[in-house]
Design a binder for this molecule. Structure first.
Ligand SMILES: [Zn+2]
Ligand SMILES: [Zn+2]
Length: 114
């Protein structure tokens, strides 16, 4: 494994593909916003930055409540589905699968495994 220096890429993150305004994606507030990586975890976080799989969420909808993206599976999955849907407007399902390794659309039965 090689570890790339972060400095060169810092500040060059792609814009969110699913959001243009800096408001909470869920409730539209403009206060207490935090950036959420829709596909989080070590590898996916980088992919999310690179491809703009990010949204602004207020603290309550990010991590601060039981209806937040990090604590509520429904919210988490809803964001992932929106993101995949938007990505696939311009890309194929194969492209998405190569990035994320998983299809979040049409997967009602697989939700519990991961
Ligand atoms: Zn909110
Ligand atoms: Zn987050």
């Amino acid at each position: 494994m090689t570890s790339k220096k972060r400095s060169r890429r810092y500040g060059q993150m792609a814009k969110s593909i699913i959001q243009t305004d800096k408001t909470c994606f869920i409730c539209d507030t403009t206060t207490n916003l935090e950036k959420h990586h829709i596909f989080f975890g070590t590898a996916n976080r980088k992919i999310s930055d690179k491809h703009g799989f990010t949204v602004w969420l207020c603290h309550d909808h990010h991590t601060g409540s039981n209806i937040s993206a990090h604590r509520n599976r429904e919210v988490d999955l809803a964001l992932k589905r929106v993101c995949q849907t938007v990505y696939e407007l311009d890309h194929s399902r194969d492209d998405f699968m190569k990035l994320i390794g998983r299809n979040y659309l049409e997967v009602e039965d697989e939700i519990h495994n991961g």
